[in-house]
Design a protein around this ligand. Structure first.
Ligand SMILES: [Zn+2]
Length: 87
């Protein structure tokens, strides 16, 4: 057994993803680039409402799906120590 790299669901070894949408989401997620200064700004200088707004604007500007962008930002924020893993 292998795992879908997007949703971690178990899939047959012969398959790369469990579904077409996981494949699309996975590649869109890879394409999302979040500059460090942006990340720093939204976590250090913005309150949670402002942060939401900044993230929405950022997603719209680049045509990225908001939920994927949020996942990516959460991941990066944890890696960079802006949020605690327990949050
Ligand atoms: Zn999947």
């Amino acid at each position: 057994m292998s795992h879908c790299p997007f949703c971690q669901k178990k899939i047959a070894m012969s398959k790369a993803f469990c579904s077409r949408s996981c494949k699309e989401n996975y590649f869109q997620l890879i394409a999302i680039q979040v500059p460090k200064p942006f990340l720093k700004r939204i976590y250090i200088f913005c309150n949670p409402e402002q942060r939401e707004e900044e993230i929405e604007n950022f997603a719209n500007r680049h045509g990225w799906r908001l939920d994927l962008l949020k996942n990516k930002i959460n991941e990066l924020a944890q890696e960079n120590g802006y949020t605690k893993l327990s949050d």
